[in-house]
Each structure stands twice: as structure tokens, then as C-alpha cells.
Write a protein that binds this ligand. Structure first.
Ligand SMILES: [Zn+2]
Length: 204
């Protein structure tokens, strides 16, 4: 019986949010963001994972910004076949942002090849379409059965349209934990957006 949480991105850096929760033999990825930075460094980080994508059971996505969602099509391209849980609005925004991301990478590749450099885009439009089919929208406060031993509830993060904090109820058969994954949090009293929802307690 075991619960582990690995911080694989957005740790000692801002972009590339990616965290792997393992509960017994089940693996849940929290966000799958793209690293934005110098091409040589980011290209390596955006094409390789430190885990095997087919072994991930599910993804929970906090919001649509590319530094949180931008490597999802790469994950799917490398064999992830599970569901990606997020709010309905996050799914709708990802359709725009991930399609745009694939276009940017294709045009980067054309430019770099013209300059004599080799650059293979991490994914293309077909991978994005496949990713969108795996995305499952949920309402705020709806309980989501992510996989055996993991349930999630999304609450408003007040950051962008559809953004959420992910409250995870984790049970490995011998202990229970509540883990709160905030993603990016908004501020209070901002026009248009709601204030971030407060939650009772975490790591209890
Ligand atoms: Zn953000």
C-alpha cells in the first residue's frame, strides 16, 4: 500500500507543470504542461517524459494555459489512452490553444529547416484531435472517479475561464489523504472572474 507524489515540472521553474500521483499501481498525472524557454532545453523537456505514457491511468488538468496543458498531445502520441478530466470550459479552450500550439510548432519546424536545422515537432494537429476526444468535461463541485483509489473534485481557481483547483481524495486501502492541487490561483475581486473558492482542509 503506498501513495507517492512526484514533482516533474514547474519545480524550481515556472512552466511545464507536471506532477505524478501514484496510488498503489495506479498513476494519475496532474497537468501536462509545456516548458517554455530556450529551444535547446525546452525541446528535450517537451519530447521526453520521465515515466512511460501508456502506464498513466488518467490525467486531471487544472486549466488550459499551455504551460499546464501543452504537452498533452505529446503524451497521447506516445501512447497515453486514458481520460483527461477537466472543466467543460477548459476543454473548449484547449481546442483553441492546443490547435494553435500545433500550428506554431509546424511553422517553427519549417523555419528551422530553412535555416538548415533539424526540428521534429512534438505533435501535430492529428494528435491534438485525438487528445480532445480523450478530454472529459466536468462541472465545478462534481465528484469525478479518476481511477481506483483516486477521486477528484474541481473547484474554481479564479485564474482564467474554467480554471480549477483539484481536490483529490486518495485511498490506498490503509490510509486516506486529501490533497489540494491549486494549479494557478487567481486573486480576489477581479472583474469578470469569480474569486478562488476556499476549501476546508488538505493533507488531512
Ligand atoms: Zn495559468
Amino acid at each position: 500500500m503506498s501513495i507517492t507524489l512526484q514533482f516533474l515540472g514547474a519545480a524550481r521553474q515556472v512552466t511545464g507543470s507536471k506532477h505524478l500521483l501514484t496510488v498503489n499501481d495506479k498513476r494519475v498525472l496532474l497537468d501536462c504542461g509545456m516548458v517554455q524557454g530556450p529551444r535547446r532545453l525546452s525541446n528535450k523537456l517537451n519530447t521526453q517524459f520521465s515515466f512511460r505514457p501508456p502506464e498513466v491511468d488518467a490525467v486531471v488538468l487544472s486549466h488550459a494555459h499551455v504551460d499546464h496543458s501543452g504537452s498533452l498531445p505529446r503524451l497521447v502520441k506516445l501512447g497515453f489512452g486514458g481520460k483527461i478530466h477537466c472543466t467543460h470550459a477548459t476543454r473548449d479552450l484547449c481546442e483553441i490553444l492546443l490547435t494553435d500550439s500545433a500550428h506554431i510548432q509546424a511553422s517553427d519546424a519549417r523555419y528551422l529547416r530553412k535555416k538548415g536545422h533539424e526540428f521534429e515537432p512534438p505533435y501535430d494537429g492529428v494528435d491534438v484531435e485525438k487528445t480532445l476526444r480523450q478530454m472529459k468535461g466536468a462541472d465545478y463541485h462534481q465528484q469525478i472517479d479518476v481511477c481506483e483509489g483516486v477521486r477528484a473534485t474541481l473547484i474554481d481557481a479564479g485564474h482564467i475561464l474554467g480554471s480549477s483547483q483539484v481536490i483529490l481524495e486518495v485511498d490506498d486501502g490503509s490510509s486516506r489523504l486529501t490533497i489540494a492541487f491549486t494549479g494557478d490561483l487567481g486573486r480576489k475581486q477581479i472583474p469578470i472572474l469569480c474569486d478562488p473558492t476556499r476549501y476546508r482542509a488538505a493533507m488531512s
